[in-house]
Design a protein around this ligand. Structure first.
Ligand SMILES: N[C@@H](CCC(=O)N[C@@H](CS)C(=O)NCC(=O)O)C(=O)O
Length: 222
C-alpha cells in the first residue's frame, strides 16, 4: 500500500485542501506538522518554495503545490472527483484557478495590520462571494459545486469558507447572508466530515491562536 505523508503547518488551508481529497478517497495518510518559524532542513530540501503542503509518497517522491497534489491524487486514486465531462472539467479547473484570488480577498482581513487596512480588506469580500453565487446558480441542483457529487472544487473552497466563518465570529462581517446559494454550499461543506482535520471547535481555537500571535489588527479580539 502506498504511504502518503502530508507535510503541514497545523492551520494551513492549502494542506487542508489536500487532506480533504485524501479523506474523500478514503485513503489513509499521516500528517507531519512542522513549525512555520523553524522549518527543518529536510523540509527545505523537498519544498522549492519552502511552503506547505508537500506530499511525500513512499518516502521517495515529493510533490508540492496543493493544486498539483490534488490533481495527482485524483488521477491515481479512485473515485474520480473531477467530472467526467471535459467541458465541465475545464469549468471546474477555471474555478480552482480562481481560488488564490478568492482566498486572498475573502480572508485578507486576517492579515491587516491597521483598522484602515482591515476595513479595506473587508470591502473585498463581496466581489468573490458574488462570483461564486453566480457560478452556483448555473447548476440545476446542489448540494455541491457541480450538483450531487463532491468535486475538487468543493475540496478547494471548503478551507477558505471555513476561515471566513472563523473571521465572522472573531469580528462580525455579515457578508455571507446576502448570498443564499453560497451560504447553503458553505453549510454543506462545513457539515462534511472530510472538511475537518481536527475537531471543528478545537480547530477554531487553534485558528484564533494563530491570528492572535500574528499581531495584526484582529489579534486584539482573539
Ligand atoms: N500555492 C501554494 C500556497 C501554499 C501556502 O501559501 N502555504 C503557506 C502556509 S498556509 C506557506 O507555506 N507559507 C510559508 C511561506 O510563505 O513562507 C499551494 O497551493 O500549495
Amino acid at each position: 500500500m502506498t504511504d502518503y505523508l502530508l507535510v503541514s503547518f497545523e492551520t494551513c488551508p492549502w494542506v487542508q485542501r489536500a487532506a480533504i481529497v485524501l479523506r474523500e478517497k478514503k485513503t489513509p495518510f499521516s500528517f507531519k506538522h512542522i513549525d512555520r518559524d523553524n522549518r527543518p532542513d529536510w523540509f527545505v530540501a523537498i519544498s522549492p518554495h519552502r511552503k506547505v503542503p508537500v506530499l511525500r509518497i513512499d518516502d521517495k517522491v515529493s510533490l508540492f503545490e496543493s493544486n498539483a497534489i490534488v490533481e495527482y491524487l485524483d488521477e491515481t486514486i479512485a473515485p474520480r472527483l473531477h467530472p467526467g465531462d471535459p467541458l465541465l472539467r475545464a469549468w471546474n479547473r477555471a474555478w480552482t484557478d480562481y481560488l488564490p484570488t478568492f482566498a486572498s480577498d475573502v480572508t485578507g482581513a486576517a492579515y491587516a495590520s491597521t483598522q484602515g487596512d482591515y476595513e479595506k480588506a473587508v470591502g473585498k469580500i463581496e466581489g468573490p462571494f458574488s462570483k461564486l453565487e453566480e457560478a452556483l446558480a448555473r447548476r440545476s441542483e446542489g448540494p455541491f459545486f457541480n450538483g450531487p457529487d463532491f468535486s475538487l472544487v468543493d475540496a478547494a473552497y471548503a478551507p477558505f469558507l471555513q476561515r471566513y466563518g472563523f473571521l465572522d465570529r472573531i469580528a462580525p462581517l455579515g457578508k455571507l447572508e446576502a448570498f443564499p446559494k453560497l451560504s447553503a454550499w458553505s453549510a454543506t461543506l462545513m457539515a462534511r466530515s472530510s472538511t475537518h482535520s481536527f475537531a471543528p471547535d478545537v480547530f477554531e481555537g487553534m485558528y484564533r491562536e494563530t491570528v492572535k500571535k500574528r499581531n495584526v489588527w484582529l489579534s486584539q479580539f482573539c
